[in-house]
Design a protein around this ligand. Sequence first.
Ligand SMILES: [Cu+2]
Length: 153
Amino acid sequence: MKVLSQALCAGIFLASVAGCAQDPNDTLSVNASDTAADGSTLIIASVREWKVVANRISVSAGPTTFLVSNLGTIKHEFLLTKTDFANGQIPIDSKLNKFSEEGKGVKVVKEISEWAPLTTQLLTFNLAPGNYQLLCNIPGHYGNGMHTELIVK
Ligand SMILES: [Cu+2]
């Protein structure tokens, strides 16, 4: 229950940030500990048109909790994707207007399916070392900038 209440508080905080944010390049500065109540590494992230923001760019391998708020005005998804392609450089299939999730050099290891604006989701995963991108692959969204990188050491 402690994790959940943390999540709700942070979600409310993020939503309030969204309500008053004026700088399009705003970054999340959240007064939260680096670990969730269960001891997993905590990453606080958000998705919106057209970006994905996370409060950490590298973490140690192991159990990790992503607390992800949709701060946009439409539904988004959150894909934890293991890839050595540079951030934003996974090749787009022009017919699909998104990249192929079964494509070479790309592995979606965990995801939060599309969810509503101004709500928060939790995802936990035992991260293996490697290069990842946190992204949204709804048609058009990745190409419009909805990605950020995460290095797991
Ligand atoms: Cu999206």
